[in-house]
Design a protein around this ligand. Sequence first.
Ligand SMILES: O=P(O)(O)OC[C@@H](O)[C@@H](O)c1c[nH]c2ccccc12
Length: 257
Amino acid sequence: MSKISAAFADHKAFIPFIVSGDPTPEATLQNIKALADGGADIIELGIPFSDPVADGPVIQKGDLRAFADGISVAGVFDIVAKAREFTDIPMAFLTYANIPFQYGYDAFCKRCAELGVTGLVIPDLPYEEQGEIRPSAEKYGIDIIELITLTSGKDRVKQIASVAQGFIYVVSSEGVTGTRDEFDSRLTQLLSDIHAVTDVPAAIGFGIHTPDQAQAMAKIADGVIVGSGIVQIVGDKGTDAPAAVEQYVSELAAATH
Ligand SMILES: O=P(O)(O)OC[C@@H](O)[C@@H](O)c1c[nH]c2ccccc12
């Protein structure tokens, strides 16, 4: 079993997302520590990208803060290397396809493996187009995390589930990332369709930002992903963010577990 899948073994997994380098590498290190101490099971780290098509305004602003401080892909790897001095928590990158493509798939996956970043979520690389990266991912033991949405349809769910690794990222809502107050009632059926065809855990993300929502999602899924709610705190509190992030995440993690 992969390290990412193993994080779902004992209980529902809580998976927070932050943007690497937002607003500085040092702040990200402190926020990674806050996420781990707050009870995260897997940390999803965003690699800032100039054209993040799936991201809403809150995360886009996080990317811009990181770019303003001069973040680069090498800088992101550096942050993780430093984080590995204090935590062995499972990690995955959220990256747009151009980043590993430019870096070179093999070199990128190799570096990820060296740093214990054993999962990749690549929202603009549907599984039909993963042929080029998969051999490198496999070689270095990196899970390619597939996304399933409400519009996927049963056949596609089956197809995607058959190649899924690590966990399946169930996108709760149409549109871009960002907090939401209502969720589609078809999610329960989608999760049971997924559970009917695979043992790979399925985690829900997009829109979730309160403990009550996390608890409700954890009833139907194997894990809960929260991004914008955390990135908003990082944006609002600056250098005071770590304590607030840890407090927020501990409430979400407790509700999920
Ligand atoms: O921000 P939200 O609504 O809590 O959604 C999770 C999300 O931030 C994180 O998983 C993510 C950030 N950027 C993405 C792009 C595509 C898919 C997922 C993501």
